[in-house]
Design a protein around this ligand. Sequence first.
Ligand SMILES: [Fe+2]
Length: 309
Amino acid sequence: MLQNKSYYTQNGYPTLHLGYADVILYGRWQGLSNALYSLQKDNVLWVQHSKNATDSIIETYTLLNGVVEMRYDGKSRQLKIGETIDASLYENTIFLYGNTDADILIKTSHEEFEPEFFETQLLQEEADAIEALDGYTYNHCNRIKDYSLEVWTHLGLPNEKLRILRWGAYFHDIGKREIPLEVLNKPGDLTACEWAIMKTHTIEGAKIMREHKVKWLKDAATIVEQHHERFDGSGYPYGLKADEISLEASIVAVVDAFDAMTTNRIYKKALPIKDAIKELINEKGKQFNPKIVDAFIEVLKRKNYKWEY
Ligand SMILES: [Fe+2]
């Protein structure tokens, strides 16, 4: 039976399991929401202060224990234990990398923080269910999400769209919920008819996103709908070409294909990373948007070609 990982409490407090971090919500105290963010080694907490706020919003991050490196605008430094970062002082996204496991206390006056926490619990549970359904490893959606965000940031694209990209990337295959299991998990080749059914996961996924009770998720529907489109127009469901495909979907397409090539599945062994990169280069301008392939290879290079967690 599928474990209910997300709707989980610890000592009675709502807890969110993100795969690479746990967040415990301790509720409000003196007008501020308090949460403990337990970051796992070699993972990252993205901090982006809300720019749309009309009132000044308090949002601070205090390192309680562990070794954390703060990266901002190309510079990096190690945080001291007890040091507090005031997110409102930073224009761009701050990256907090865990060199070890680390605990970070988040305090914020942002009214959306707690509703978003509970929405994320709900969405995370759905994401876990998709991974279980498709036989992926638990971290597949996390990898797609993280690398998509890295590519987006590498290209210098607007931070305001990060949340939409995050969930579009995370839910790229949500439509597989609508595909019969005998087709989804068939060990051999699919017949033409089964393949046609399989392809509908793009349109079905977009429909789920547009009708979701978390209303803002509809803004990520296009990413889900277009993640199998190809730069040369040979993809599905609509055969869109080049700039007709959203940049977000083009990013997810590259990262998802790379993940499929480099991870073991029941029916195939993983390719070495260098061979998968060669394949991406071969497909530049054919399957993939060349600009995205270049950016993704740069991101991989920066991470010393690491592709797992
Ligand atoms: Fe897909």
